[in-house]
Design a protein around this ligand. Sequence first.
Ligand code: ATP
Ligand code: MG
Length: 570
Amino acid sequence: MIDLESERRIKTKMAEEVVSRNFIEQEIDKDLTEGKYDTVVTRFPPEPNGYLHIGHAKSILLNSGIAKKYNGKFNMRFDDTNPTKEKDEFVEAIKRDVAWLGADWEDRLFFASNYFDKMYEAALKLIRDGKAYVCDLNAEQIREYRGTLTEPGKESPYRNRSVEENLDLFERMKNGEFPDGSKVLRAKIDMASPNINMRDPILYRIAHLTHQNTGDKWCIYPMYDFAHPLEDAFEGITHSLCTLEFEDHRPLYNWVVENVGFAHPPRQIEFAKLYLTNVVTGKRYIKKLVEEGIVDGWDDPRLVSVAALRRRGYTPESIRKFVELGGISKANSSTDLAMLEYCIRDDLKTKVPRMMAVLDPIKLVIDNYPEDMTEEFEAVNNPENEELGTRTITFSRELYIERDDFMEEPPKKYFRLFPGNEVRLMQAYFVKCVSYEKDENGNVTVVHCTYDPASRGGNSPDGRKVKGTIHWVDARTAQKVECRLYNSLIDEEKGVYNEDGTMNINPDSLEIKENCYVEPALMEAKAYESFQFVRNGFFTADCNLSKPGQPVFGRVVSLKSSFKLPKQNG
Ligand code: ATP
Ligand code: MG
């Protein structure tokens, strides 16, 4: 379990989050005070080329959270300017994930591709103002002319084309007169700029591609650095929050919105991406795992895509708490997955019933218990939450217990069942081990006990103490189910990535236990419904694998953690 000191620091930190403001909010406060803006409009701008992951969740909660805090607006915008990789399947999945996380875009759903006409107009304006030109250099030449970090670039021989010629050529680019890659439209900024992004960046390229929204209307497509600031400006975004790798692009962002001439241009502010140690977070890499069949889809519970976390049994509340705990920062760092696990444990602890399930069963026979008798016990569903009520569990002569709750020859400090030892069967009776049976391979098959009828309810009849309490299910009523345990997808000794772009995969990340026994009430579990299986962890009925009346349970997280909140966060 998490230690008390960490728990205290987490609580203090959460309380501070409420009153203190992160650096983005401080900037917004300043802008509002100075009258730069009189409202706050943010957006989440995913490219529909994959599913969202935990890093995107941070961006979603940050952007929608800020809009809410300032009584502003939050736009959901698909940045669908790149027709090759984008798919409608991803649009639907992303909408579902954003809504599930609780970010409400109301009626503010936008597609960048709907702005293609306006973007084209913006490009024409730049050409007319002498600030953009059509360039015939090929990709390789453009790269050569660009210079390096230490050397300035060279001007393109096409840089001084007349406005009329540029207008004519750009129109013909649009009309499909030129093949892909033969011409581009470039901004005319400064080939000697110390910032390479400012050395006449490409604004438009020719690509004869069918777009999922605009079909074959366009064969020229705007580049990200031109399209993104325009999208923000068209929508009246005030604060365009993006990740640190765009810091060097900010001068270009500003150049675009200033030179296209917006009265109230948006302001870009960068923050650090969320990374998880030894976890695959990049969209590109998750995609690779899916395409190579290493996982069974974008929502494989071993991934940290939002769909996978939902399937695994994470709640929006737990993800929000995780993002809040991590805070917003200007410096890249990597967070421990244990913190995410802490958040879901903490969320489910009081929300879900605690039931008994035996994952690796062996039989326990109570020799002195009448053969035809069945008893019922009233079990409290969650001692920390009375509202969850009670349920009835049955008890009879034959039970299942966990294989590792019995040992023939126990080591020191083993307090569970071994010959001669007495333990408590949770909620039921004290039992004492009298003998056991083995098969021809030496595996224990049956443990024999006697019970003390006076210990009914698991209470000591005469003040004598037992050190171990174990869980069980009644063999007469228990039902067989499949449970799945998940381990890290990554071989943590080696780290996630190799230099050649491959990943170090742990071959044992999925453990399937087909012969688990659970209380019969669990057979009614619905997809996404979660439970605590006492001593074994939190489990959720898998939404893809469960059938009505026959659930498959996947472990969300075990009950124990070695997680300690790092000092500097507290
Ligand atoms: P990836 O880096 O996983 O390939 P991406 O940046 O290509 O993701 P987009 O669809 O372009 O994916 O991202 C949408 C928004 O989410 C962007 O504003 C981006 O900055 C933000 N975002 C992406 N990854 C993270 C992350 N790890 N942490 C915080 N925000 C992120
Ligand atoms: Mg991107």
